[in-house]
Design a protein around this ligand. Structure first.
Ligand code: FAD
Length: 416
C-alpha cells in the first residue's frame, strides 16, 4: 500500500470530518473503516436525529456546530434527506462517499485495525485485518476516530473506561424501526402506552430497564424510530459482553414491540422493519490526554484558550446500572468549549483522537458525544494534522492560534 501523510482510523462523523479537513490542508489521507460505508453510529447503529447543537442569544438562534457539519447538513437538506434534525441515513452514506471522493481522500472498507507499531512515541504503522490477510498501513500521522480509542489503546497510550468510580459505561442500545405504523393513532395513544409501561416496569414484568418508550418520527411516512432498548453493566470493549448485549437487546426489541401492540394504537398493520446492524455504544474507552475535560468545566461553561469546538447539549446520563436518565441542561445562551489538548493522547507524538473518545470524564462525555459536536472535533483534529504535516512538527507543537484561525476561516465555530 502507498504511504500516506495521514491515516484516519474509523469513518464516523469524527473520522470523515478529520479526513476532509486534513485533505483541505493538502495532506494525502486514507480512511480505514471496518464496515462498508461512512457515517459510523449514524448508519451502523441507526442513531438519529442530530441532537441540539444551537443556543439562542437575544432570541436569535446561534449554531455551535458549523464548518464541515454544516456542509454535510446542507447537502442532506438539498437531497430532501432531512426532516428537522432527523435524517435518512442511506442518503448520508452516499453524500459522505461523494464528499471524500471530491476531496481525494482514499478509502479502505472492510478493514479492521488490530495492532499498532510504535517507536519513540511515533506510531509508524497499523495492521489491518482484511479478506486477503493482514495489510500494513503506513503514515506520518494518525487520527483515532474509532469511538473506542482503539488505536490509542493498541499503541499503548493510557486510556480509561466508563465512569470513574466503577468503570461502568452508559448503557448500550439497539435501535430499531417499525414500518407501516398509523403514526397519528400511535402518538394519540402514547400517554396510555407510557402509563402501562410504568406499571409493567414497576411490577418487574419487563427485562428492559429503560424508564419509558423513546420514539422519534422519521422522514418516511408511517415509519417510526425507537431508541429504547437498554443493556447495562456490559463492557463495550469486551467481545463476550458485546455478544451478550446484542442477544439481550434483540430480546428487548421483541418484548417492547409485543408490549406496544397490546398497549398502543396504530400498530395493527405494522412490522419490524429493521434492527441496527450493530448495537449502539454511548461510552467506552477514552484516552487520557494532555487535558482531561471535566463535567465541572462543562457546567462552568469554560472558554479554554485552546478551544477548538463548542457544545451545550445537556449532560445526558442514561443510568449505567438500570432505570433512569439524568439531565443537566445548559441555560439559554451559554455553552462550553473543548480544548485542543483533550485531543492529544499521552505517550504519542503523531496521534490525535477525535469523536466520543477524547480525553474527558464520564460527565463531560455525556454531553459532547453527540454527532454534530464529534464532527467538529474531527474537523479540528484533521486540520491540526494537516498543519503538522506542513510544518513537520509533532501534534503537540501545532500552533493553536493558527489552528483556531484556519478553523474559523473555514467556517467552524471554535467558541472563543
Ligand atoms: C443508542 C445511541 C443513541 C444516540 N443518540 C444520539 C442522538 O440522538 N443524536 C446524536 O447526535 N447523537 C446520539 N448518540 C451519540 C452519537 O451517535 C455518537 O457518540 C457519535 O456518532 C460518535 O461518533 P464517532 O465518529 O466518534 O464514532 P462512531 O460513529 O462510532 O464511528 C467510529 C467508526 O470507527 C469504526 N471502527 C471502530 N473500530 C474500528 C477498527 N478496529 N478498525 C476499523 N474501523 C473501526 C466503526 O465502524 C465506526 O464507523 C447516540 C449514541 C448511541 C449509541
Amino acid at each position: 500500500m502507498k504511504r500516506y501523510d495521514l491515516a484516519v482510523i474509523g469513518g464516523g462523523f469524527a473520522g470523515v470530518a478529520a479526513a476532509l479537513a486534513a485533505a483541505r490542508e493538502g495532506a494525502s489521507v486514507l480512511i480505514v473503516e471496518k464496515s462498508n460505508c461512512l457515517g459510523g453510529a449514524a448508519v451502523n447503529c441507526l442513531v438519529n436525529p442530530f441532537m441540539a447543537y444551537w443556543t439562542r442569544v437575544d432570541g436569535v438562534r446561534v449554531d455551535l456546530s458549523m464548518g464541515i457539519f454544516k456542509a454535510i447538513h446542507d447537502r442532506m437538506k438539498a437531497r430532501g434527506a432531512m426532516m428537522a434534525e432527523t435524517f435518512l441515513e442511506e442518503e448520508l452514506k452516499m453524500i459522505l462517499n461523494d464528499m471524500v471522493e471530491e476531496a481525494h481522500v482514499d478509502l479502505l472498507y472492510h478493514a479492521y485495525i488490530f495492532e499498532a507499531e510504535k517507536c519513540d512515541g511515533q506510531i509508524t504503522s497499523v495492521k489491518v485485518a482484511t479478506k486477503s490477510g493482514v495489510v500494513s498501513v503506513e503514515a506520518d500521522y494518525f487520527i483515532d476516530a474509532t469511538g473506542d480509542a482503539q488505536l490509542a489503546y493498541l499503541a499503548g497510550c493510557p486510556t480509561v473506561l466508563g465512569r470513574e468510580a466503577d468503570h461502568l459505561c452508559q448503557p448500550m442500545t439497539l435501535c430499531f424501526r417499525l414500518g407501516n405504523v398509523d403514526a397519528e393513532r400511535f402518538y394519540a395513544s402514547r400517554e396510555r402506552l407510557q402509563e402501562a409501561h410504568q406499571r409493567a416496569l414497576a411490577a418487574g414484568e419487563l427485562i428492559n430497564p429503560r424508564e419509558d418508550v423513546l420514539v422519534f418520527k422519521t422522514p418516511v411516512k408511517n415509519v417510526l424510530h425507537f431508541n429504547t432498548t437498554r443493556v447495562v453493566k456490559r463492557n463495550p470493549t469486551d467481545p463476550e459482553d458485546v455478544t451478550a448485549a446484542e442477544v439481550l437487546a434483540r430480546k428487548q426489541v421483541r418484548e417492547i414491540y409485543d408490549f406496544m401492540k397490546r398497549h398502543a394504537d396504530g400498530l395493527e398493520d405494522s412490522f419490524l422493519m429493521m434492527t441496527a446492524a450493530e448495537i449502539g455504544v454511548r461510552e467506552s474507552r477514552m484516552i487520557v490526554g494532555d487535558y482531561v475535560l471535566t463535567e465541572q468545566d462543562c457546567r462552568n461553561c469554560v472558554k479554554f484558550e485552546d478551544a477548538i469546538a463548542a457544545c451545550n447539549y445537556d449532560i445526558d446520563i442514561h443510568n449505567p446500572e438500570g432505570t433512569g436518565t439524568s439531565h443537566y441542561y445548559f441555560p439559554e445562551g451559554t455553552y462550553y468549549t473543548i480544548p485542543y489538548r483533550s485531543l492529544i493522547p499521552l505517550e504519542a507524538e503523531n496521534l490525535l483522537v477525535a469523536g466520543r473518545c477524547i480525553s474527558s470524564d464520564h460527565g463531560a462525555q455525556a454531553s459532547y458525544r453527540i454527532m454534530p459536536t464529534v464532527c467538529c472535533l474531527g474537523e479540528a483534529a484533521g486540520t491540526a494534522a494537516g498543519l503538522a504535516v506542513r510544518a513537520h512538527c509533532t501534534v503537540r507543537e501545532v500552533d493553536v492560534k493558527i489552528l483556531q484561525r484556519v478553523l474559523t476561516h473555514n467556517g467552524a465555530f471554535v467558541g472563543v
